[in-house]
Design a binder for this molecule. Structure first.
Ligand code: G3P
Ligand code: CA
Length: 267
């Protein structure tokens, strides 16, 4: 791999800290993102949800149940109320061997707070979740990116937008055609994709994001030959990382960016 090539170059392998270094710290907290950076990740991955009062927050699930001490839909919490939640103790209980007392005080970050903390030198890989249930999410995201001068970006690929929703991605592409887009595709059986589908995706996206468990070498070849990048999630074992890199994937989402840095020789 060529670690000086552009983040969007097919010669560059990108290390994406999935929900931050979420194998080491509670996912989607500033602490997990900081660890990701320290472990050599190229990107902080951020899943976005929207609060009742229209604020973008970093959270994977539409409910707070799994990753906080409370229950309920994000869309029924105001930002003020979300900020009261403990976003770290669940991790200490689930992974006692990785527990740290400081995790108990962690809160759910807003997208603003993430950009404030990591600035324009970091790279962000942002997923739009729940866009149908949260109208205004794409507008708000674009507005926030502009506010932090992340549109346009200084470095090519410093912000990537990803989603399973083709409609949301096409909407973003129409408004900001220079913002690179990754189309996530959910396969639940061995992945196949036609050249027509690849041509269609290439009109608005620079690549695909897929679950590594359902792909094989010939799928990787098809995607790469279509001139698209291929990023695979969520790869935590080094033997799987090596196999995927051998097949030609161009990026890996991992909860353990340190393990991928070792494989890439960038540790
Ligand atoms: O965004 C890539 C991967 O994270 C998609 O799955 O459910 O972890 O957001 P999920
Ligand atoms: Ca994601």
């Amino acid at each position: 791999p060529n670690s000086s090539a552009s983040l969007l170059s097919p010669d560059r392998i990108v290390n994406i800290a999935h929900r931050g270094a979420s194998g080491h710290a509670p996912e989607h907290t500033i602490e997990a993102y900081e660890m990701g950076e320290r472990m050599g990740a190229d990107y902080i991955e951020i899943d976005l949800q929207m609060t009742k009062d229209g604020q973008l927050v970093a959270m994977h699930d539409p409910e707070v149940n799994r990753t906080t001490n409370e229950i309920g839909l994000v869309s029924e919490y105001t930002l003020n109320d979300m900020k009261e939640l403990d976003a770290g103790s669940w991790f200490n209980q689930a992974y006692p061997d990785k527990a740290q007392e400081s995790f108990e005080r962690l809160t759910i970050p807003t997208l603003h707070e993430v950009f404030e903390r990591f600035g324009a030198d970091a790279n962000y890989y942002i997923e739009i979740k729940q866009s149908n249930e949260s109208p205004g999410m794409t507008d708000s995201l674009i507005h926030t990116l502009k506010e932090y001068e992340l549109i346009p970006t200084e470095r090519e690929g410093a912000v990537i937008i990803q989603s399973f929703s083709k409609e949301s991605l096409q909407e973003i592409h129409e408004i900001e055609p220079d913002l690179p887009i990754i189309q996530l595709i959910s396969f639940n059986q061995p992945a196949e994709i036609s050249s027509q589908e690849l041509t269609e995706i290439k009109k608005y996206a620079v690549g695909l994001g897929v679950n590594y468990r359902y792909i094989n070498e010939s799928f990787v070849k098809d995607v790469r030959e279509a001139g698209l990048l291929l990023h695979t999630y969520t790869v935590n074992e080094q033997k799987d990382m090596r196999q995927l890199l051998g097949w030609g994937v161009t990026g890996i989402f991992t909860n353990y960016p340190d393990r991928l840095s070792e494989v890439l020789g960038t540790a």
